[in-house]
Design a protein around this ligand. Structure first.
Ligand SMILES: [Zn+2]
Length: 271
């Protein structure tokens, strides 16, 4: 991976998407001295079965700030309602300004074929912002980017209209524990809302130690599935010996609307 300081901007729809889908990779970048920012396009104020509204958005902003501190990254949460983000010119211009201000080398976001309307809208907003990043007459008061960033999609398991095809798969075994510590900060989600959605609330252990262990096992299943699903790509990148031992991975696919790096440059851009 290159020594030049990179700037990475991960744009998720909710304050925990970035952590779940790119937390291990983000910690690798941060450890190598690169600058990482997570941006949540909504404030997450509907993500609970008991709490909601302003109270919940404050809880989630604090959880995001704690996760950022744990990982040594920045985290910004936009004050847009959960289940309420729309693809319109006003929000697109906000996205263009936010991306320009951070000056990223790589932007990560959801694919536009995702189950959640906020994920789809966030993806559309980033995609629709891409060309305008270099157009001076769009958002003229925020300087344009000198170079178009590479744009990558975060992984998902949806198959229609087409399946996620990774261009980069990252071994996150050495940052997996840090990723779990980040997720542990999103307490209203990982120990309350997400298990409630999965009808597993009664499986969440009571003690702090026990529940972070439970969370780690749960996340390892998920990131283990990614490693298993893209074992072939892991072997290509790391060789058969190391790739065979990798337990947890994160995967990313190139979006055609960003800068198109060659294979060599892509390798250098990722840990
Ligand atoms: Zn989400």
């Amino acid at each position: 991976m290159q020594k030049e300081k990179l700037r990475l901007l991960v744009i998720g729809a909710h304050p925990d998407d970035c952590d779940i889908l790119a937390g291990g990779t983000a910690v690798k970048y941060a450890r190598n001295g690169h600058v990482v920012k997570f941006l949540s396009a909504t404030n997450g104020d509907t993500g609970h079965y008991e709490k909601g509204g302003g109270q919940l958005s404050l809880i989630r902003a604090e959880e995001a700030a704690n996760a950022a501190k744990t990982a040594g990254i920045e985290y910004e949460v936009l004050d847009i309602h959960n289940n309420g983000i729309e693809v319109n010119i006003q929000t697109r211009e906000r996205m263009i300004s936010l991306i320009r201000e951070f000056k990223p080398d790589i932007v990560f976001t959801h694919r536009p074929y995702d189950y959640h309307p906020d994920h789809r809208a966030t993806s559309m907003l980033v995609q629709d912002s891409s060309y305008a990043l270099i157009i001076p007459n769009v958002c003229p008061l925020t300087p344009t980017l000198k170079r178009m960033p590479v744009i990558m999609y975060l992984s998902d398991a949806f198959k229609k209209p087409y399946e996620f095809v990774p261009d980069v798969v990252v071994d996150i075994d050495d940052t997996f524990e840090d990723k779990v510590r980040m997720l542990d900060c999103h307490k209203s989600q990982v120990y309350e809302w997400l298990p409630w959605v999965d009808s597993e609330l009664d499986e969440v252990p009571a003690g702090d130690k026990e529940r972070i262990k439970w969370l780690g096992e749960r996340q390892l299943k998920r990131d283990g599935r990614t490693a298993e699903r893209f074992r072939k790509q892991l072997i290509q990148k790391y060789g058969a010996k190391r790739a065979g031992t990798i337990k947890a991975a994160e995967a990313f696919e190139l979006c055609e609307y960003g800068r198109e790096p060659g294979e060599n440059e892509l390798l250098k851009l990722f840990p």
